[in-house]
Design a protein around this ligand. Sequence first.
Ligand code: 5GP
Ligand code: MN
Length: 340
Amino acid sequence: MHDINALKELLQEPKEVMITTHHKPDADALGSSLGLAGYLKKKGHRVTVITPSDYPNFLAWMPGNEDVIVYSDNNDALVQRIINESQVIFCLDFNNLSRINEMGEYIRQAKGTKVLVDHHLQPESFADLNYSNTNAAATAELVYDLIKAMGDGDLIDTNIGECLYAGIMTDTGSFRHPSTSKNVHLIIADLLHIGVNTSNIHRLIYDSSSELRLRFLGYALKDKLVVLPEYHTAYIAITADELKAYDSKTGDTEGLVNFALSIEGIVFAAVIIDRTQAVKMSFRSVGDFSVNEFARQHFNGGGHRNAAGGMSLEPLDAVVAKFESLLPQYKEQLANSVNK
Ligand code: 5GP
Ligand code: MN
């Protein structure tokens, strides 16, 4: 759904604009937000980016990062004021206001025009305007397309391009997921053309681990990986104490789930982590098995067919037991996903 004409009209005059994205922003969430912010600033709008929580250090290089406001209890009043005073509120890379914690209610009640730019399945209908496409590989791809559709392709500079590249690169798994379309490659060709240093961005995101993060990965793979060949499933469950022992920082567990999925014959992988306030889960699959449906039905979550997340307020052991107990009912579906 692309309300581009209404968006053009909305943004004709300089406006007070706020951009937000999901809890614990990843490279697509932050990259699409900062890419859009860079563009709208060039168009003369006043733009504030607010994230509902902190995000990994390996994203801090992005142009515009220095102006991001990270919501916390301490700046609640300031954030409420900005939301109330914004004429346009962009919501990027999430489909449900519950994904942005306290800020969700503030935005639901805000007077400004809400614009959703997103590629997740089953979007909640809270926005006034939508620029969403569930086939898009990344929200950053949609932001690129949106800027072009606004007739402003020539405003995409290397700063904007670097942010968008980061989002597309990570959400496509470095251009290997089936979502990596011709459009994606054409966008990347254009970003290379304008001078975006793509290999440097890859290094900044993927080759910036601390020693402890790598040792944690080693520990998780050696001692915590559970492989269930009967269900073509592998998972890793991590306790709060283990996170503490390895001084785990925001983003340190990102990518862990992909190692479980990289085993031959495994089509369903999960990482289940006790984050103290709640147990958070990351799900990945290959083939037809929908982790979006799995997360929605059993763990208050959602996402995409092959990448989704969920949460539970039960203790870690109970969540793991529930996860294992669900597998038999999917046995056939999981077997059918092999070799797809
Ligand atoms: P990740 O496992 O990388 O945190 O998330 C994978 C995908 O699932 C992302 O597209 C993310 O937005 C979505 N996702 C993660 N956690 C949740 C959740 O609790 N609820 C919903 N609806 N989506 C989630
Ligand atoms: Mn995304």
